[in-house]
Design a protein around this ligand. Structure first.
Ligand code: HEC
Ligand code: HEC
Ligand code: HEC
Length: 174
């Protein structure tokens, strides 16, 4: 299951490879990305990131594409699987994560994740499926655990604090 879904990510989100390479506002041409051979025959044949990605809903971080909107708005139609028996499981319920100190709370949205991933990509190995059962903190996330397995690698970067910490604390402050 893991492998199959990562293949979906692989084919659907080939552009995410450029997460690290993209600079604010533009896409690095293939010949300058330090991945492709600038002298090779593929240059001029392969589609340039700017040509492909500039047509998708824009974002301000990572590779400058809002992939969730691209999917929700039907701009892209990634293939779920080569095998017809694959069942896509969507979960709508978000989870409010309150252990955030002074920061706004984290609203973990199941829906956009399950549009891209299967439950087994996260449960039960990386996240126990029980509210509050995971001893998560920012240090571990920055070390590549929990949300940090994907965010900063194939999903939007960890510098975007407010995308996760999106629910203000209502308590009045003294
Ligand atoms: C990909 C999502 C995500 C991003 C981006 C993110 N956080 Fe967090 N953060 C979390 C989660 C999840 C927790 C744990 C919540 C829980 O267990 O209830 C957390 C916990 C925290 C905590 C409390 C625990 C601790 O380690 O002290 C602080 C403070 C915090 N984050 C600050 C930040 C700051 C500052 C940024 C931006 C530089 C940031 N976070 C970016 C998801 C994120
Ligand atoms: C990207 C990772 C990820 C994926 C994919 C994912 N979950 Fe979760 N799930 C979480 C996180 C994070 C929590 C919150 C855990 C916590 O509060 O510590 C959670 C919590 C839960 C919970 C307990 C809270 C609740 O909503 O009742 C259940 C049940 C659950 N998930 C089921 C599923 C199912 C079923 C799927 C597939 C349809 C799925 N999850 C897909 C990360 C994921
Ligand atoms: C297995 C990989 C994976 C893990 C683990 C993961 N995410 Fe994500 N997340 C994604 C992908 C893929 C997207 C969609 C691409 C993007 O927005 O960059 C996404 C998108 C999001 C979004 C944006 C949703 C939207 O509507 O735009 C939020 C918020 C988010 N994740 C929070 C979290 C938090 C909080 C955690 C940890 C509790 C977490 N994610 C763990 C892969 C993951």
């Amino acid at each position: 299951m893991m492998r199959r879904k990562w293949q979906l990510l692989g084919s659907g989100l080939a552009g995410l490879l450029f997460v690290g390479a993209a600079l604010a506002g533009y896409w690095v041409p293939l010949a300058q990305d330090n991945l492709h051979d600038p002298e090779g025959p593929a240059i001029g044949v392969l589609q340039e990131p700017a040509e492909a990605l500039s047509r998708l809903p824009a974002d301000t971080s990572g590779n400058q594409v809002n992939w969730v909107r691209a999917l929700e708005e039907g701009v892209i139609h990634p293939r779920t699987n080569l095998r017809p028996e694959t069942r896509v499981r969507i979960r709508e319920t978000p989870v409010l994560m309150k252990n955030t100190g002074e920061m706004p709370m984290v609203l973990f949205p199941h829906r956009p994740h399950t549009l891209w991933l299967d439950c087994a990509n996260c449960h039960e190995k990386y996240f126990v499926s029980k509210v509050g059962a995971n001893p998560i903190n920012m240090y571990k996330i920055l070390q590549g655990e929990y949300c940090g397995r994907c965010h900063g690698a194939v999903a939007f970067p960890l510098t975007e604090c407010n995308r996760c910490h999106s629910v203000p604390r209502k308590e009045a402050r003294p």
